[in-house]
Design a protein around this ligand. Sequence first.
Ligand SMILES: *[C@@H]1O[C@H](CO)[C@@H](O)[C@H](O)[C@H]1NC(C)=O
Ligand SMILES: *[C@@H]1O[C@H](CO)[C@@H](O)[C@H](O)[C@H]1NC(C)=O
Ligand SMILES: CC(=O)N[C@H]1CO[C@H](CO)[C@@H](O)[C@@H]1O
Length: 352
Amino acid sequence: MIIIPLFIVISHACSNSANTGWSNNYSKMLITTANSITNVDLNTVCPKIDPAKVPGLPPYQYLSSSSCLGYLGPLGPYGPLSSLGPLSNPFWYPSNYFGQIQLPTNIQQIIQWSQIQYGAPMSKDGPLGYKGPLATTQYYGQQDPGKTLFESNDFAVQLRAFGLWSALGPIGPLGPLGPLGPLGPIGDHGYSVDLNGNYLNGTKIVKTVTIDYDGSSTRTYPLYEFYQSSYAKTIQLDTSFLVESDVCQGDDAYQIGGLPFNQIVTFVLTPLLALDSYSLILQDQFGKVLAQSNADNYIQTIQVNVKMNTKLSVIVHPIFLSTTIGSYRLFVTGSTQYITQYNISGNQIQSN
Ligand SMILES: *[C@@H]1O[C@H](CO)[C@@H](O)[C@H](O)[C@H]1NC(C)=O
Ligand SMILES: *[C@@H]1O[C@H](CO)[C@@H](O)[C@H](O)[C@H]1NC(C)=O
Ligand SMILES: CC(=O)N[C@H]1CO[C@H](CO)[C@@H](O)[C@@H]1O
């Protein structure tokens, strides 16, 4: 007799399906961290995760430290963001590659010309265009293939904002906005790089690129810089960059924010040495701690909805270094003004 009303309450509390009930409310800060995600009670997550719609393993096993959120996963020291991946391999850098084969004309022009070729990385047919995972119709599940994907695969649903595996998803560092995509250091934008990591057109620093979105409108995306940490610590950063740093014992601090639009920002800290561990801390502009990720044996992540013009500090604090000097990469990936809505709730989300 008690169970029945309780059941009704719970089913009412989670009425939205994968592709409904989107919210754009930025009045309260919502936060997930590696700690909150790996301590989640799966029964509280909405839309409900149906184990039959999660391929492979039972859903909770994908939260284990030996799975995708741990050191052996794609965000870790053996994954594509680490020093084993393309960001550390000069062969992937278009300027080096083209430099070696000595093209007769201006490389920048050739690369920029290639962007308008069919299906090229920065064309409307590429990952940033109207058919890509960040297209409104795809991300929000309005049209196929996105619609069917999110209706049939609950792991995919949780790759979107505030989902359990969102750090691995389309608005995180492995997605098209991230460092491995067209906007990053090995991307197709064709800009050269100065010693600090800024992109240059001639002598002018370039921060964004505008691409054809669908043949009738454009989207302006932020470039993804690979900054020198000594430089990054001295400037106000946007939400689209990575920085690599060596640390001994002290903390590193980076100031970000002040952007003129709301967005969801994903922070990922990749240790470059497999035995090292760090704590990732987010503070407001007055030094108040908003979030801290320090889950044992996991890659530290924080995701937060950031209201326009908000200023934040990101602190990297070494917990354990296996050698005298540790080294890490910090990835900061904003969802841009084009993807701002979310519709996942559950006790993995904390609020401030
Ligand atoms: C947005 O969220 C705040 C805090 O949770 C709530 O008070 C407010 O009513 C919400 N606004 C809308 C339009 O839902
Ligand atoms: C580079 O700067 C020049 C001069 O301001 C401008 O005409 C050109 O469009 C710029 N190119 C790119 C790719 O931004
Ligand atoms: C987190 C969130 O915004 N959840 C919403 C999802 O959609 C349902 C309606 O279908 C809302 O009631 C939830 O608040």
